[in-house]
Design a protein around this ligand. Sequence first.
Ligand code: ZN
Length: 163
Amino acid sequence: MFEHLIEGPALPTNSKRTWIHRVKTTVVEKFIVLSPKIMSTAVHYLARLKRTVECKQATGFCTHCHEMVEAKWKGYLHCVKVGTNEEVFLEMTADGCMKLGQLTADRQTLRGSWIEVSKTSGGARGRYKIDVKERTIEAQTLPEAREPWETLRRLWSMKLPIS
Ligand SMILES: [Zn+2]
């Protein structure tokens, strides 16, 4: 690597960090779901600040709802990406989660489900295409499921758009 070009502590390794992942193209991406359920939240996109923030309506008063800023529903699944074995928090819109829910309604848990996700076209216009495989992965052999909230709060506190 390039340790010889750094004076002081080595660069932090982010290998254990779990990132928010969005499927944005027509390329099919395969995931094994670790979460038992879809974890959902509502957010507001504040265009003037180019920031996404949490909607606080569910737990009290939300300034952005009060100012009539549209709230967007987001669903998250902790997954292992097939191929790279990377753990991600897969983020989907209500459209994607609705389709996933319809295909898995007869399951007691989503954990161990093998899902394939793509968009019908690239960019914002694309709708989700979801495929759920019959076979499931034995839950005991999978990494423990985690929640996305810590990762999301870190993103929400940065001045960067997440959608
Ligand atoms: Zn709100």
